[in-house]
Write a protein that binds this ligand. Structure first.
Ligand SMILES: Nc1nc2c(ncn2[C@@H]2O[C@H](COP(=O)(O)OP(=O)(O)O)[C@@H](O)[C@H]2O)c(=O)[nH]1
Ligand SMILES: [Mg+2]
Length: 705
């Protein structure tokens, strides 16, 4: 790894092929098997080393965080002739490496090498000039950072390569690596995959298991192997990064023979998201899935291969909270939004309720994606609804307009400052929940998090500057002086926040909801793609519900309708419809008539309104009742187009009599939401729950409830 243009690809190519190849600096990752590092262990195990060339462009950094795992050895390259600060980039990469425990353990002075991978500093392209740092300076850097060596190389002239290889050989903990028992099948499949890698004429890069078998059989006619053996071999190959297993929208297994293609495509999404003309950091989903962004990774691939790659890259981002999907209720357009890429600044809004800053945090370590995943995960809880996001800034609402939010206040290399804020009217228990969840989402491997409580001067009420608090606490001081009146103020001690058992249970439940939501988001994305590919008609679904209970109204709009829409369903909701057609009630009523389905949201209030023959909401509500009743006394298929769901109360008191003998979906418990919503989506699309394309998705929710 190393900054763009330092010579990574040149060096990698040389190590793998033994020759220098002139090439222009590329966008993308790749890997080679280094024959030179091939060894045989005492126990007879054959050892092989794979060198990954990670692209250095900033746009790849979001991607690295997804793949920087399990490395046994890292080479950090830099340009020794850089006259400014040649090691600046190195610092960044060393911080990233802490993601897999590498230099962190070295910092702590652990020299035994157990479980920690080593890092070697490599000066590249040394033929280009004299280093700007002295040997002493470099030695000191290597020592201070706990690096395991320093090698000067030139891929062009071949200098330093033997030394580097020797160093790599000695630092890879061969003896500690678990051995995998493989078969001759494994070796042949591997050879086949590797041969394909650098073939310029490679046509098909995604194969079904049957196609892989066919290909392998072609190479050696009398070769016999079982499917299970082949799949096991593919699994091993995937573990070592030679291939990647993917799924079609039907849920069928496929094998990507060029795994770097997926990473590179994902990085191209990032480039495109950053280029969003409005600074929204987003991609139009339909345009993306229809292949109307041009991505060079897809050039020359067959349509079905392109589709799988596009789906898989999107799913990868959703899975890792790098982006979230959002549907504009008015246009029904879906977007993939990457919070990290938003350039739009928060505008000054008129009549904005004043907010006050609360706790601040400094987060150090592999901080890529930290901001994005916080934005996404907080919005995935049941309690907090994300309402806005701007550059380095996200805002949520709880209940009736209680505003909570956070900002990324500063970013240094590998270090972030984050600040929570609340509107004044947000009660303490909501603040506690927001803060605990925030901390909970921050608590992950290898991040060091410091919390700074806000300090207000007891004398002049002036809030103490955050940077002063941070600085003083870093120095281990217990006090600071008010920067307004000079009063000496004691600083809060670092203490974990104390939650009552009930609060803790709430945090746990919301955290679990966010995890489930992550799976749900992937699942509905897949269902939508499946339906599109199968040519299933887009259901048009009218939602009939009673106004009057704020909480229910909010649930219908923000949860149910939004999720149905995200699943690709055309939702007719009065609130959106009025905004769309300029409150033309007659057009609205027409749309209801055309709807393929009607969802009736059962609540006690719904029945109350239904039974009231003179509904105060006039003819919109009346039209809804008419439609439902007409369908209920119609044909079987008309009856089936009405889908009752129970949100509150009991069947007998929450549904009109006509619906009493129907099976309803139960949405009364928050924790059952995802399974119930998923099943509802399947019924709208008329996809059977045991359809192989969705069965596994459905099961993953079933486990939880
Ligand atoms: N003089 C010289 N040029 C090199 C060497 N290695 C790579 N280059 C050139 O430097 C440029 C950037 O190298 P590259 O390997 O693509 O950098 P990367 O972005 O880190 O992968 C390319 O034009 C290479 O041809 C080297 O050892 N010596
Ligand atoms: Mg390169």
């Amino acid at each position: 790894m190393g900054d763009s243009g330092v010579g990574k690809t040149g060096l990698g190519w040389r190590l793998a092929h033994g020759e220098f190849k002139e090439h222009s600096s590329t966008h993308g990752q790749q890997f080679w098997v280094l024959e030179e590092l091939h060894t045989r262990r005492k126990d007879g195990t054959e050892c092989e080393a794979v060198l990954w060339d990670l692209a250095g462009q900033p746009d790849y950094r979001l991607i690295h965080a997804l793949f920087l795992d399990d490395a046994d050895l890292a080479l950090v390259l830099f340009d020794p002739t850089d006259s400014r600060d040649p090691l600046h980039g190195v610092e960044f990469w060393l911080k990233q490496l802490r993601a897999n425990g590498t230099s962190q353990a070295q910092h702590r002075g652990q020299q035994d090498g157990s479980k920690t991978s080593a890092t070697v500093l490599v000066a590249a392209r040394c033929d280009r000039g004299m280093p700007t740092l002295t040997q002493e300076e470099l030695d000191a850097f290597v020592r201070n950072r706990g690096l395991r060596g320093y090698v000067r190389t030139s891929a062009k002239r071949g200098e330093g390569l033997d030394e580097l290889l020797k160093c790599m050989k000695s630092l890879i903990p061969w003896e500690e690596k678990a051995a995998t028992v493989t078969t001759i099948t494994f070796k042949r499949i591997k050879d086949h995959v590797l041969a394909l890698k650098e073939s310029t004429r490679r046509k098909k890069v995604i194969l079904s298991p049957a196609e892989l078998r066919q290909r392998l059989m072609k190479t050696q006619h009398r070769w016999k192997f079982t499917d299970a053996e082949m799949i096991t071999a593919v699994g091993h190959l995937e573990n070592y990064g030679y291939v990647k297993r993917l799924h079609t929208s039907k849920g069928e297994e496929r094998i990507l023979l060029a795994p770097e293609l997926l990473n590179n495509l994902a990085a191209s999404f990032v480039v495109e998201g950053r280029a969003n003309p409005k600074g929204l950091g987003s991609l139009e989903e339909k345009r993306l899935l229809d292949g109307n962004y041009s991505f060079r990774e897809l050039d020359g691939l067959a349509q079905d291969e392109q589709d799988i790659l596009l789906d898989s890259a999107t799913l990868l981002f959703i899975e890792h909270h790098v982006c979230f999907r959002e549907t504009d209720p008015l246009t029904q357009q879906s977007y993939l939004v990457f919070p990290e890429l938003i350039n739009l600044k928060k505008p000054m809004l008129e009549n904005e309720k004043p907010t006050e800053d609360s706790v601040a945090y400094t987060v150090a370590g592999p901080t890529e994606n930290v901001f994005a995943s916080l934005v996404v995960l907080l919005g995935y809880t049941h309690t907090f609804t994300r309402t806005n996001q701007w550059q380095n800034h996200a805002r949520y609402e709880v209940g009736d307009g209680l505003v909570c939010g956070f900002r990324q206040a500063a970013e240094r290399d590998g270090e972030l400052d984050l600040v929570l804020y609340f509107c004044r009217d947000v009660p303490e228990r909501v603040r506690m929940l927001f803060q605990s969840l925030f901390e909970n989402f921050l608590a992950r491997r290898n991040l060091t998090v410091m919390r700074y409580e806000p300090v207000v001067c007891g004398k002049c009420r002036h809030p103490l500057d955050r940077s002063v608090v941070r600085q003083r606490m870093k120095e281990g001081r217990m006090f600071a002086c008010c920067n307004e009146c000079g009063q000496r103020l004691s600083l809060p001690k670092e203490e974990p926040i104390q939650l009552t058992r009930e609060q803790q249970a709430q945090v746990d439940a919301q955290r679990q909801a966010a995890d489930e939501r992550t799976r749900f988001e992937q699942a509905i994305f897949r269902v939508q793609n499946y339906a599109t590919e199968q040519g299933i008609r887009v259901p048009e679904c009218f939602i009939s519900y009673a106004w009057g209970v704020k909480e229910h109204e909010r649930w219908v709009e923000k949860s149910l309708a939004k999720d149905l829409q995200k699943a690709g369903i055309d939702v007719i909701l009065d609130r959106w419809e009025n905004a769309r057609v300029g409150a033309s009630v007659s057009r609205f009523v027409q749309r209801i008539g055309r709807a393929s389905h009607v969802i009736v949201v059962g609540t006690p209030f719904y029945v109350e309104k239904y039974e009231n023959k003179n509904p105060e909401r006039g003819y919109v509500v009346a039209a809804e009742f008419d439609i439902v009743s007409n369908r209920m006394i119609g044909t079987e298929s008309e009856k089936n187009s009405v889908l009752p769901i129970l949100l509150d109360g009991e069947k007998a008191t929450s549904f009109p009599v006509l619906l009493h003998d129907r099976i309803y979906a139960d949405f009364r418990k928050e924790e059952d939401y995802f399974l119930a919503a998923f099943d509802l989506i399947l019924s709208l699309y008329a996809i059977a729950p045991n359809d192989p394309a969705v069965a596994d998705l459905r099961e993953s929710f079933d486990e939880w409830s």
